[in-house]
Ligand binder design. Sequence first.
Ligand SMILES: C[S@@+](CC[C@H](N)C(=O)[O-])C[C@H]1O[C@@H](n2cnc3c(N)ncnc32)[C@H](O)[C@@H]1O
Length: 213
Amino acid sequence: MITNEDEARDWLRGLPECDDAAMARLGLLVEMLAQENQRQNLVSAASLDQVWKRHIVDSAQLLPHVPRETTLPWMDLGTGAGFPGLVIAALRPECEVIMVESRNRRIEWLDCARIEMGLERARIVGSRLELVESQPCSVISARAFAPLDKLLALSSRFSTSDTIWLLPKGRSASQELDDLRNWRHVFHVEQSLTDPQAGIIVGKLAGGKGKTA
Ligand SMILES: C[S@@+](CC[C@H](N)C(=O)[O-])C[C@H]1O[C@@H](n2cnc3c(N)ncnc32)[C@H](O)[C@@H]1O
């Protein structure tokens, strides 16, 4: 278990994706986030003191659940301050990472951070998710975006039967799975990949799109 910022950075350096350039991109993100947080409330002040552990590692821990050969796009829903989308893009800059965000100031921040970090293949889609054109994605992630049933209803149209859904839910993970209603029989949690400690729900939708709620 990671207890402090040094351990968080050490954990990151252990990832196969985390070379010096990736670490530099993440360092830049942390610096820019601290500055921008004085202008707009991107993350809580308390979590900014532990930004490597609470946000960077919390985002990066999704990567080991995606086989390296997976052909992306990776779509991140409600990216907000950049989590997990910007962290994934910093660690896999060769991949197309699509970040969907609806709030104007956050869209501006995400685009500015993307440019400063040199993430040419990452894309910010500044729109409500409901209005985004459908396209199949290999990975769909969402942190603190919506309860599971609503999240699946909003975004199943981006899923195929191979799409890996990565949903960091923390302590509410098992409760959210218990509360699944409309999607209970089509959303399959890949038990072998479920990490109860981190509270990440890893799953697939049977037949791609499930039942519309
Ligand atoms: C609680 S924040 C979480 C941000 C980030 N994923 C994180 O974990 O730090 C949820 C974000 O989703 C965005 N959002 C909410 N509803 C949305 C929608 N329908 N389409 C796109 N973005 C949305 C909000 O503007 C906000 O930035």
